[in-house]
Design a binder for this molecule. Structure first.
Ligand code: SD4
Length: 328
């Protein structure tokens, strides 16, 4: 039998979208199915080792916030990863500037944006959350705070990233590439990682060097709570990857979580949030956006604008890479 509250919620969500797309016509019709907990889900192939690290924290009895933080440390510390932390692509002026956010089951959140010289921006974001009255610190102020907290100042521009930047300077054409991940061992994308522990508590983290060769000072969706990441412990969590401007203009991760609150499954909610971009933003054809989501019952979903997005799912003892379905 259809749960009435869920059905009404889903109908309202459909109204909010303005249309009932084929892919979500059945939304609200299935009752949520409880899946095995814990579950960890994260964006792109670098999600596999990140999920392993996060699951290890949970297995060792650690908290769900520690799990998401330690999970995303993996690509942050990897010098070969060109879009997160150390080794991230610089902006057009040669500066590696990082964005990150973290959000926990108590609704608390912390972020840093336009932060230089710190290998683990997610941990600075966590310090902002736990040790300041603020949610977001940016630029010089964020760096000053990090140094005061004992983080080490490092050069994040690796020789490989510098070489790529110098190559780019020859034409200096700003042309964001769909699915950097498709060039193995060269480019990767933002990591967003979501976890639900065995008690059903939810947390998420998101960290990136942003779009390669962006304008100096550009901040994407990843450090903006509600855009690149959102967690609601009553519902679940969502995170985004791809062209941050499209996610920002539609407040994508918040939208996914609200769709779930109104009765959609994580899969339906990701599809509906991508559809919102398609209907509102004509530039959608040129760019990639991918969402992943999890609800409190451990159900998961992922969907993208363009083909080629994949995500790592660790559940029931298996950590696997899944290809997301896409709108185009
Ligand atoms: C940004 N969303 O800064 C990030 C970049 C990204 O896949 O996810 N690339 O816009």
């Amino acid at each position: 039998m259809i749960n009435r509250r869920k059905f009404i919620g889903a109908a309202t969500a459909a109204g909010m979208m303005g249309i009932l797309p084929k892919s979500v016509r059945s939304m609200g019709k299935g009752l949520s199915v409880r899946r095995e907990l814990p579950v960890i889900i994260s964006t792109w192939r670098h999600g596999l080792p990140s999920n392993d690290a996060a699951m290890k924290v949970l297995e060792d009895g650690g908290g769900v916030l520690d799990a998401v933080e330690h999970g995303v440390w993996v690509p942050e510390a990897d010098p070969e990863n060109r879009s997160v932390g150390l080794g991230g692509m610089p902006d057009r002026d040669g500066f590696v500037t990082l964005d990150a956010s973290i959000m926990g089951p108590d609704g608390n959140a912390g972020s840093v944006a336009f932060l230089e010289h710190i290998v683990h921006p997610v941990s600075v974001a966590r310090k902002v959350m736990e040790d300041t009255p603020h949610e977001l610190l940016v630029g010089e102020g964020a760096l000053q705070f990090a140094l005061e907290q004992g983080f080490k100042k490092e050069n994040l521009l690796t020789p490989g990233a510098e070489k790529d930047w110098k190559e780019w300077l020859k034409t200096a054409k700003y042309d964001p590439v769909i699915n950097w991940e498709n060039e193995p061992n060269k480019y990767h994308d933002t990591i967003g990682l979501l976890a639900v522990n065995k008690n059903g508590d939810v947390a998420g983290a998101c960290t990136t060097s942003g779009m390669g060769f962006k304008m100096h000072g550009r901040v994407g969706d990843s450090p903006i709570i509600g855009a690149g990441l959102f967690v609601d412990n009553e519902v679940g969590a969502a995170t985004a990857t791809g062209m941050g401007e499209l996610v920002l203009k539609t407040l994508g991760s918040f939208l996914v979580v609200e769709f779930m609150r109104n009765g959609m499954s994580p899969q339906q909610a990701c599809e509906a949030a991508v559809l919102r971009i398609v209907h509102k933003l004509p530039e959608n054809k040129k760019f990639q956006v991918g969402y992943i989501a999890v609800n409190k019952n451990g159900e998961t979903g992922g969907y993208s604008l363009q083909p080629g997005f994949n995500y790592a799912l660790y559940q029931s003892g298996k950590n696997v890479l899944l290809d997301a379905k896409s709108y185009y």
